[in-house]
Design a protein around this ligand. Sequence first.
Ligand SMILES: NC(=O)c1ccc[n+]([C@@H]2O[C@H](COP(=O)([O-])OP(=O)(O)OC[C@H]3O[C@@H](n4cnc5c(N)ncnc54)[C@H](O)[C@@H]3O)[C@@H](O)[C@H]2O)c1
Length: 324
Amino acid sequence: MRILITGGAGYIGSHVCNLLLDKGFKVTVIDNLVTGNKELVPKKAKLIIADIADEKKIEYVITNEKFDLVMHFAGLIRVDESVKEPEKYNEFNFEKAKKFLNICFKNKLFKIIFSSTASVYGNSKKQKVLETDPLDPLNPYAISKLKLENFIISKSKELKISYIILRYFNVAGADERLRSGLISKFSSHLIKRACEVAVGKREKLIINGNDYNTLDGTPVRDYIHITDLADIHYISAKHLMENGKSEIFNCGYGKGYSVKEVLESFSKVLGKKINFEIGPRRDGDSEMVVANSDKFNKFFNWKPKFNDIKFILKTAIDWEKKIK
Ligand SMILES: NC(=O)c1ccc[n+]([C@@H]2O[C@H](COP(=O)([O-])OP(=O)(O)OC[C@H]3O[C@@H](n4cnc5c(N)ncnc54)[C@H](O)[C@@H]3O)[C@@H](O)[C@H]2O)c1
């Protein structure tokens, strides 16, 4: 089986590449390296450095290799940046992606797995959000992702497309064997920033707001280990290859941790306290986003292997030390 992966030089795409190669798939990566790093692409994968909207190159790649399925990870992911530059996010995450997918569809590459986000739910009133709950994207990043979800769904009504839309909650940690991890120096992820403080790359961590309506005032998120998320992609790919039908799935563990709770666990893993300061809220942040992840787990009779915040934090810090 041959899989085309956009954004495979990024954090999540590179982990998925490793797993698919471990399982014996052939993998081709398209990445323009805007935030990715070619060191993260496994040697056994073929890397094509190109923008997903470079029609000539993409058409060439797709017509030359016969892919069974495409996984679309490429995109920009910073909520704060998207608030400042909404047009850029619409362009990268929606317009370019649409161009890319239209080339796939024109060449009968009809099976697609798309990396969406829990931020399409906005500030849900529910403790745990279901896939069928109302969508209310609060920032241009989330809007751009929801637009692409809708594009894929509407195209699937005219063409023989089958898709799995995966709404990731907060992805964290690193491959246990440390083949990949989060490299970006500009990441706004809490755990990444805490790791940078722990290894001395950053002086202190800023907690963005402690006046939310949560138990300790800091926002609550559902953290999923990257290796479990990679496994979800592998299972979704098999489902589509076996002509399974289109679905949307939440990808989380169904347990929320506040920022302060994450930092407390981190201090335990590290054996020392993390230097932090309370700062203002960030534009576009939700108060609490926790998955109801029953749908995927029941559908595939699947159980996560790494549902343990300390393990997530341990692999994240091990990776940060490796790339120090
Ligand atoms: N990290 C998370 O917690 C999280 C949560 C929800 C959703 N997601 C989604 O998962 C996907 C991957 O996220 P990530 O954390 O691995 O981010 P990342 O920045 O590490 O990876 C994105 C990759 O896409 C590439 N890319 C971006 N625009 C491109 C373009 N126009 N052409 C070719 N390549 C391009 C980048 O160079 C990079 O390698 C994104 O679509 C993101 O929206 C991530």
